[in-house]
Design a protein around this ligand. Sequence first.
Ligand SMILES: [Mn+2]
Length: 227
Amino acid sequence: MAHYVVADVHGEADRFHAMLEKIRFCADDTMYILGDVVDRGPDGITLLQEIMQTPNMVMLLGNHEYMMLQYFSPDASGEEIRRWNRNGNAPTKASYLKRKAREQRAILEYLQTLPTHLELTINGRNFYLVHGFPAENVHDEVWLRPSMDAPNPKPGFQVIVGHTKVLSLIKPEKERIAFATDLENRGDHLKIYHGPGFIDIDCGCGYEMPIKKLACIRLEDMLEYYQ
Ligand SMILES: [Mn+2]
């Protein structure tokens, strides 16, 4: 009966499945997936269809699913077409277009139902789950990025986000390569970031980085898993 959270799987189905094995995910448990299942990695659409068919997997909208919905909308603007095209959509678009029209429709209809945030209470602790950062509208909740020391916008809740890779959050651009190389040389990897106002669990899936991991957190005891 445990509750788990992952984010930003970005098409890395093998890593996601290995994580399910690692935590011995079963029918009594719930997996919250904080968006960005698609794009960058190879298996986004397959993974999305698996999540759609698994009642105890609860997905939130990420900016990549948001871009996909805009792209396939009948009144998509030129900028909406270009935006998804320049954000790693190639494997997602190719496998989506291979699906039957009925499956394509089911995928888009599912994405349209996804919330941008969820509030939960587990063992008396309140959680606010969101892809980008808590905000007042869909666009901002999937796109916003906090700074490391951002205060908690939802007092009384533990805010958990994805979207902003921990490496980009904790290091300015010019220090990232040296930091990543050092971590790699020590056989280490990116870890979940615990800030004063939020927790960021995006450890870089879908990117070409030896130090990337899929991170998962168990809400009952905040135990962290890496795969
Ligand atoms: Mn994102």
